[in-house]
Design a protein around this ligand. Structure first.
Ligand SMILES: Nc1nc2c(c(=O)[nH]1)N[C@H]1C(S)=C(S)[C@@H](COP(=O)(O)O)O[C@H]1N2
Ligand SMILES: [Mo]
Length: 315
């Protein structure tokens, strides 16, 4: 194991766990007893976890997504995670998560509802690699070589009906595998995007990282990457993608409606109620960097927000 106390890139826990601190203070009032009632249901059978598509990695890198900073070493990425289903600490052990087989359900306002195994989906759609910045609302950042496919490919496959205005992403629910789900929080983890956001070229479905299938601590076998938004928008270990008419209630909005909004676009000029967002600690080097508007992706996404200026786009 790494000795995290001796790593230069490690920033003090006091500076990097505001989400957790927030929870300690508020979890009791925010939690729902109802969530516990379903936590013990079996989600799926235990099975062999060999990754059927391991041979598809590494995928060809898409040169359109290059970076202004060094990629974060994999060992840093794998030992500094947010995955509250397991722990509120940054040192996540997700080994108990059974990721194969992994049926993914597509439902709601679509022509083609289906439940498809993640590995079949990957084989059908194909994979590419992209280098993306990743900015947590807690003011730390990384740069990651993700492998996956554009979310738009999944949406085109589902064929949303005209009433579908939002896409809702739901993470797995299994408190036997994920002890954090025994805590009073609004499980399962839910996130959402507008259809326009979800079909933007940057919205990426991740099934791999660092040239291989994505690790459990990173949200195996399938997660999102929406790099112009704070990291919490990128739901991990997704079991259901629903096309809906109304804006979904997200995990973080339910826990802290005064602090976490639906949009969560990165903006250095809009502080979190409890800390500045002007700068970030880049975990590759430990240096402080100025945070960029839309995390540096304004060219690709700023047009999504024309006419929405009255919305709280940056919280
Ligand atoms: N299901 C689920 N998804 C999640 C989270 C989580 O706790 N549970 N944490 C979010 C947060 S706050 C961040 S910063 C990123 C962290 O991704 P990483 O650990 O791969 O860097 O995942 C996001 N997705
Ligand atoms: Mo985060």
């Amino acid at each position: 194991m790494l000795d995290h106390r001796r790593r230069g890139w490690e920033i003090p826990a006091s500076e990097t766990t505001p989400e957790a601190i927030f929870l300690n203070r508020r979890a009791f009032v925010a939690g729902s007893v109802a969530a516990l009632g379903v936590a013990g249901l079996p989600r799926r059978a235990l099975a062999d976890e060999a990754v059927p598509n391991a041979g598809l990695y590494p995928a060809k890198r898409n040169p359109a997504y290059s970076l202004d900073r060094e990629v974060t070493p994999e060992k840093i990425n794998l030992h500094y995670n947010n995955f509250y289903e397991f722990t509120t600490s940054k040192h996540v052990d997700a080994d108990a998560l059974k990721t194969r087989p992994w049926p993914l359900t597509i439902d709601g306002l679509v022509e083609k509802k289906e439940t498809i195994d993640v590995d079949d989906l990957v084989k059908t759609i194909g994979l590419e690699e992209r280098l993306y910045r990743h900015r947590c609302v807690e003011a730390w950042s990384m740069a990651i070589p993700w492998t996956g496919f554009p979310l738009k490919a999944l949406i085109d496959r589902a064929k949303p009906l005209s009433g579908a205005k939002y896409v809702r992403f739901e993470s797995f629910l299994d408190a036997d595998e994920a002890p954090g789900q025994k805590l009073f929080m609004p499980w399962p983890y839910v996130e959402g995007l507008t259809i326009a956001e979800a079909t933007n070229e940057l919205a990426f479905v991740v099934t791999g990282a660092y040239g291989k299938p994505v690790a459990k601590v990173q949200g195996a076998p399938i997660r999102l990457a929406t790099p112009w938004k704070y990291g919490f928008k990128s739901a991990k270990s997704i079991v259901k993608v629903s096309f809906v008419a109304d804006r979904p209630q997200t995990f973080w909005q339910q826990l802290g409606p005064d602090e976490y909004g639906f949009w969560a676009n990165v903006n250095p000029d809009v502080p979190h109620p409890r800390w500045s967002q002007a700068r970030e600690t880049f975990l590759t080097t430990g240096e402080q960097r100025p945070t960029l508007l839309f995390n540096g992706y304004a060219e690709q996404v700023a047009s999504l927000y024309k006419g929405l200026e009255k919305e709280p786009l940056f919280m």
